[in-house]
Design a protein around this ligand. Structure first.
Ligand code: GTP
Length: 603
């Protein structure tokens, strides 16, 4: 396949601007699938939850054949990329595997934060960017306004942006032709030692670990002994192929080509995104730049509601991890919740995806403890130990407060776009969350805000609050900017005088009282009445900073059935028992499972 007939591109877009719909159209137009196969909808999003949530989790690639205006048949490799901030590193590797990108902008919504963040990244990789204004079929479409936004906000020439409707199939041929005309062909020397980038890996029940690669130099062949330069492992390539999106076997992949290999790799943790694949016998001199070890940033405990389901939870976590090396788990025991797992995620969305899959696909009832970021604790020496710095993932493991010299927490820089009218509310939200304003600029009736915020103040419900304040119009994007010292304390929640470690959290001293009060108020509504009075307290050290009381229940629920229908009474008791299955006992108090996350919403 001569290099000049190859084009590698990705699609960048804000969530919901139509990336997946357009990808489907391109596949359909180039004949990769029949109409019948298309009716299953969005081919690239192949996991059930992805379809329901409309989020592309794993990058996938499709090879398209297109006969262009010059009469030549081109190979177009479409790289699909995940659309959420939690998966930014994976996006960066997919972008590094391409020479160009389609920039899809919704003709009714215009340019949004994620669009911009992705464009900047794309420009960093020297991509040729082909603007596409999508959804021109919508009555609210304003393609000319959006064309100007692309020029003013992004600074890209949009005079020949393709006007398209992925839904109605308008502008699809023009997009394919623009890719051929504008995206540069890849470069690479077929006789050089092999250098290929590991773009993605996933577990396939039939093929085992499948590795998506972009060859930069040299040739990747079936039967070749290859080496992963970062992991340091060697493997024998047993399969080479590409997806059209159906699997097609090939003998080799040359420079500029994108495809997959299998090589009897046991676990996807061995096939790390961004690694460089080379020939074991004739290795490349240096690895490709840009490799990063992905690290979970948000941690929480997952416990089965029913202790008997512990084994099932463990098996399910192992299965999920087969396909997602970026989440971590290790066993944990909690006085109140019994045996469970401490899990790490790339962000809250990632956490929610895993939690939802465990509930839905594996039918587990779970209790999720308060999500926490990773704190750095500087400890002074003690009788038995030297001074040291530890990383704290679980507020319940807080060391002896007397030894803590200082605590650092992770910070982020957030970029928010919002129409003017919601700016006031958003500024207040950021201020309330200890934000530091860095920048406020106006571009075409829209405000661009840059704020530095402690990650801890963002993980719980910042995004939901932002969306509700702005009626869904504001967009949000963030990057980590390192750890900073803060006046942080551990707040414990006591229910009926007993600390509930699953609800303990690390908070800033300045906001502790308000947070404590909020938690107590919400728990008061979330915990059902019992036969006795239940005090709920928030405390720092031994000092109570907030308190609520749940009054005692006056009547026996079954009282009204006395003398009456025995089956009705039994049904009522059964119902109560079932309700109980989703509760946890704390001493003599039952706390419903929803309470653990719901109590954390900051209101
Ligand atoms: P993520 O996968 O979440 O990043 O979203 P996406 O950018 O892939 O968007 P998707 O293709 O899922 O489209 C979002 C919604 O817009 C869907 O309901 C589509 O049916 C709709 N949509 C996509 N293209 C068009 C279009 O050209 N016109 C209209 N009217 N709707 C469209």
């Amino acid at each position: 396949n001569p290099l000049n007939l190859i084009r590698n591109f990705s699609i960048i877009a804000h969530i919901d601007h139509g990336k997946s719909t357009l990808a489907d159209r391109l596949i359909q137009r180039t004949g990769g699938l029949t109409d019948r196969e298309m009716t299953h909808g969005q081919m690239l999003d192949n996991m059930e939850i992805e379809q329901e949530r409309g989020i592309t989790i794993k990058a996938q690639t499709v090879r398209l054949k297109w006969k262009a205006a010059d009469g030549q048949t081109y190979t177009l490799n479409l790289m699909d990329t995940p659309g959420h901030v939690d998966f930014a590193y994976e996006v960066s590797r997919s972008l590094a595997a391409c020479e160009g990108a389609l920039l899809v902008v919704d003709a009714a919504q215009g340019v949004e934060a994620q669009t911009l963040a992705n464009v900047y990244q794309s420009i960093e990789y020297d991509h040729e960017i082909v603007p596409v204004i999508n959804k021109i079929d919508l009555p609210a479409a304003e393609p000319e306004k959006v064309r100007h936004e692309i020029e003013d906000i992004i600074g890209l020439d949009a005079s020949d942006a393709v006007l398209a409707s992925a839904k109605s199939g308008i502008g699809i041929d023009e997009i394919l032709q623009a890719i051929v005309d504008k995206v540069p062909a890849p470069k690479g020397d077929a006789s050089a030692p092999l250098k290929a980038m590991l773009v993605d890996s996933w577990y396939d029940p039939y093929l085992g670990v499948v590795v998506l690669v972009r060859v930069m130099e040299g040739v990747l062949k079936k039967g070749q002994q290859i080496k992963f330069m970062q992991a340091g492992t060697t493997h024998l390539v047993d399969r080479v192929g590409c997806m059209t999106p159906k699997i097609e076997q090939l003998n080799d992949l040359g420079p500029g080509e994108i495809g997959f290999i299998t090589a009897q790799i046991k676990e996807i943790s061995e096939a790390r995104v961004g690694d460089t694949i080379t020939d074991a016998k004739r290795p490349a001199a240096a690895a490709l730049p840009g490799f990063k070890e992905v690290q979970p940033v948000v941690f929480c405990g997952l416990f089965p509601t029913d202790a008997a389901e512990f084994e099932k939870l463990r098996d399910s976590l192992y299965k999920l991890r087969l396909n997602d090396a970026s989440f971590s788990f290790e066993m944990e025991t909690s006085a109140a919740l019994g045996f469970g797992f401490r899990c790490g995620f790339l962000g809250l969305l990632h956490l929610e995806i895993i939690q939802e899959r465990l509930t839905r696909e594996y039918d587990l009832d779970l209790i999720t403890t308060a999500p926490s970021v990773v704190y750095k604790m500087h400890l002074s020496h003690s009788k038995n130990e030297e001074a040291k710095t530890i990383e704290l993932h679980n507020p319940a493991d807080m060391p002896d407060p007397n030894r803590i010299e200082s605590i650092e927490e992770p910070w982020i820089e957030a970029t928010i776009y919002t129409p003017d009218e919601y700016l006031g509310g958003i500024l207040k939200l950021c201020q309330d969350r200890r934000g530091i304003q860095k920048e406020l600029t106006y571009v075409g009736g829209r405000a661009q805000l840059k704020y530095e915020l402690p990650l801890n103040e963002v993980v719980f419900d910042f995004y939901d609050r932002l969306k509700s304040i702005s009626k869904g119009y504001a967009s949000f994007d963030y990057a980590q900017v390192g750890h900073r010292e803060g006046d942080l304390v551990k707040m414990s929640i006591l229910v009926n005088e007993e600390p509930v470690d699953a609800l303990s959290m690390i908070v800033h001293r300045g906001t502790a009282e308000a947070r404590g009060r909020g938690m107590c108020e919400r728990l008061k509504d979330l915990i059902p009445r019992h036969l006795f009075k239940i005090p709920i307290q928030a405390a720092i050290g031994g000092k109570v900073i907030a308190r609520e009381t749940i009054s005692a229940m006056r009547k026996d629920v079954t009282a009204k059935c006395y003398g009456g229908d025995a089956t009705r009474k039994r049904k009522l008791l059964d119902k109560q028992k079932k309700g109980k299955a989703k509760m946890r006992e704390y001493g003599s108090v039952s706390i419903p499972q929803e309470a653990f996350i719901a109590a954390l919403r900051m209101g």
